[in-house]
Design a protein around this ligand. Structure first.
Ligand code: ADP
Ligand code: MG
Length: 495
């Protein structure tokens, strides 16, 4: 086992205790309690029903699709689904909350305890407990930078369904917190319950951090609100733990409070303390009945789940013989694994081989060449200029000897630019590997005639010169000669 992660203080090592509350925006056509659309990027206030605007007398109607998404997420996390749950009113005043309260699930969430297996980048495995998942409505958005004197309010997001996925305080390092969020993101994306887009805010985390000496009980936690990238989550954890350690080592104590992370300064700062924390005056939402789920509904949710990332990874290792590393990379994101499977199916067909015989080459090419290029171009897999079919054609051209490794790289660069098929590119630009013995024999004769002295030296025992002749023939062919064929022909000619 790896050494536990600690931060060294003046008084020695400190351990970290971390729990995350992840807010994940539910994928659904319409909002949690209204029929208004949820798509991102609409004109401000163009997707607001009378319910979302909290007009007097409007009543919420629960969207079954949002409930199904929360239940599917719970099932994917192996969690207990509560057949009976309830919505509560969480009262607070804010300009972007026209109702004056948020409808949420407080004491009786729809999903109970579950667990998520995680693996850090260093390969350390551990299990993080899930405390619960509850459904709640999002608030609108205040915009403060459009005018020097006024704030604007956009209610498009008002009423959109969120799942709050609460972990147990089971993480002990920034690496584990990062792995947890990545694993959660992979799952919700795979089952289609959230798009996991942290930049657009469809997934964001409240990060709870405390510190303690080894073996001591948990310390007092602080909660860092609304952190929206894995890197920032990890930076915020270290900054907050370091702050707490300094206070404790001075003899002070930690006040439980809500803080914000400032990535530019790399520090957290206080937003509000426990004492002036809101008293939300929760009470059962009188406009909604408790939510009762039938066994059939839960079973239909279960039946709708696709293969989960962990199962997919295990299958890649067992059935395709991929290394744990490659299997892990390819199943880290559902769009990537779908792309890989399209590439694999087409490769197997073109090369007329079982998938497992072409899997490793396909996986290496995709994670090496393709990911490298996408990275360079700043593109997601869904925006790849090269399609899985074109990738499979390229791999088939290498497999049948039409293209050498270096020629394939050249052709690939042209594919990225022109989006043309590799076969057509190789044909039109004369990039095919020359395996034709006639043409190569002629080149060999020329090279030998031009280097008669070296031929004599070689025949006299200077074996090392063989490489020289291979190089000359390759050069004469413009780098297109098939090296295996050149080797064979040269041995005969010089022998
Ligand atoms: P609240 O609504 O007050 O934020 P929640 O129950 O929603 O409370 O969330 C509490 C979060 O804090 C959970 O993710 C939990 O794992 C985490 N947590 C609880 N105790 C500690 C602790 N001592 N150190 C770090 N995290 C903690
Ligand atoms: Mg909280």
């Amino acid at each position: 086992m790896a050494d536990p992660y600690v931060i060294e203080g003046r008084t020695g090592p400190w351990e970290l205790v971390i729990g995350l509350e992840v807010h994940a925006q539910v994928i659904s056509q319409s909002k949690l309690f209204s029929g208004a659309a949820t798509v991102f990027g609409g004109e401000p206030n163009s997707q607001v029903s009378l319910v979302d605007a909290a007009m007097p007398g409007m009543l919420p109607v629960l969207n079954g699709e949002c409930v199904a998404q929360a239940v599917r997420t719970g099932l994917a996390l192996g969690a207990k689904i509560n057949r009976w749950s309830r919505f509560d009113r969480k009262n607070y005043f804010y300009a972007d909350l026209p109702q004056g309260y948020q409808i949420s699930q407080y004491q009786h969430p729809v999903v109970g305890e579950g667990a998520l297996e995680i693996e850090t980048e260093e390969g350390a495995r551990t299990t993080v407990g899930i405390e619960r998942i509850h459904l709640e409505q999002d608030a609108g958005k205040s915009i403060h930078d459009l005018s020097p004197t006024s704030s604007y309010v956009d209610l498009n997001r008002s009423g959109v369904a969120l799942m709050e996925i609460v972990s147990k305080p089971d993480m002990r390092s920034p690496a584990e917190a990062g792995a947890y969020v990545a694993a959660l993101r992979a799952i919700v994306r795979a089952i289609g319950s959230c798009d996991g887009n942290m930049q657009e805010g469809s997934m964001r985390a409240d990060v709870n951090v405390s510190v303690r000496k080894a073996g001591a009980p948990f310390g007092t936690r602080c909660e860092i609100k609304n952190v929206n990238s894995i890197r920032f989550i990890q930076q915020a954890i270290v900054a907050e733990a370091t702050r707490q350690i300094a206070i404790l080592e001075e003899g002070g104590s930690i006040a439980q409070e809500t803080r914000l992370f400032d990535p530019d300064r790399g520090e957290t700062r206080s937003l509000r303390s426990k004492e002036d924390a809101h008293d939300y005056r929760y009470f059962p939402e009188p406009d909604l009945l408790p939510l009762e789920l039938s066994e059939d509904f839960i079973e239909a949710c279960r039946a709708s789940l696709p293969e989960l990332p962990a199962a997919r990874r295990a299958r890649y290792e067992a059935e395709l013989g991929l290394s744990p590393y490659l299997a892990g990379v390819l199943t880290a994101d559902v769009d990537q694994s779908n792309w890989f499977e399209a590439l694999l199916a087409d490769s197997a067909k073109r090369q007329d081989k079982p998938a497992k015989d072409v899997a490793e080459k396909a996986a290496n090419w995709m994670t090496g060449e393709l990911f490298g290029a996408l990275n360079r171009l700043g593109l997601e897999i869904g925006e790849s200029p090269v399609s899985p079919a074109q990738g499979a054609e390229l791999l088939a051209l290498v497999a049948d000897g039409t293209l050498s490794g270096p020629l394939a790289k050249q052709v690939f660069e042209i594919m990225l630019e022109t989006r043309e098929d590799p076969g057509a590119i190789a044909e039109a630009r004369g990039l095919k590997q020359v395996s034709d013995t006639g043409a190569l024999e002629a080149a060999i004769v020329e090279v030998m005639a031009a280097n008669a002295d070296k031929v004599a030296d070689y025949r006299g025992g200077k074996d090392k010169l063989f490489g020289f002749f291979v190089g000359q023939v390759m050069k004469a062919s413009g780098g297109k000669a098939n090296p295996a064929v050149v080797n064979e022909l040269l041995k005969k000619a010089l022998g």
